[in-house]
Design a protein around this ligand. Sequence first.
Ligand SMILES: Cc1cc2nc3c(=O)[nH]c(=O)nc-3n(C[C@H](O)[C@H](O)[C@H](O)COP(=O)(O)O)c2cc1C
Length: 180
Amino acid sequence: MNILNRFYLLLHPRPAYVIGTGKYGGKVNFMAASWVTPVAEEPPRVAVAIDIESYSYELLKEYGEYTVNILSLDMLKELYFFGSTSGREVDKVKELGLKIAKGSKVDAPVLEDAIGVLECKVVGEFESEDTTLFIGDVLTVRAREEFFDVRRGWNFKKVNIPLHNWGKGFYAIGRFVMPK
Ligand SMILES: Cc1cc2nc3c(=O)[nH]c(=O)nc-3n(C[C@H](O)[C@H](O)[C@H](O)COP(=O)(O)O)c2cc1C
């Protein structure tokens, strides 16, 4: 296989999150995503690359809002399920027996078990052939205090976050290191 076709593997593993779309109380969906990146601090913005054939893409186009839900490694099974089934065929939340809520600044849904959540409103889109990069203003965020410090970020002595390599292959965050 041509390595150029798999260029993105050089950029993996990457943290994997769950993107919530739709409107709480109506159509809602969640999918796994590792092509997620902060793009600006002021204003706070985050981008997600979404497959145009996914149900999430359809809901993003319809409602223009999304949430980025950070799950701990304990929920790897759920994360993988969100990334290997489509909301067009399965009610993923019901199937997993998870609780959801409305975002506080958006109507898009939030996973109650998430250790952190970003609530976003789409402000720009960049279309590629098979994906669209949705850029969103981050309207509000929250993180579980026992795991997160605003100066140092996640405390990986207390919690771990899955890194997606490819397919069913994941890593966990390892040791803390600093440049000499
Ligand atoms: C760990 C993981 C990360 C993924 N990252 C992305 C991603 O960044 N963008 C994307 O479009 N699909 C990604 N996928 C695939 C989607 O989650 C998958 O196609 C999903 O079934 C789409 O669901 P939906 O049709 O309910 O929206 C990922 C899958 C996994 C397992």
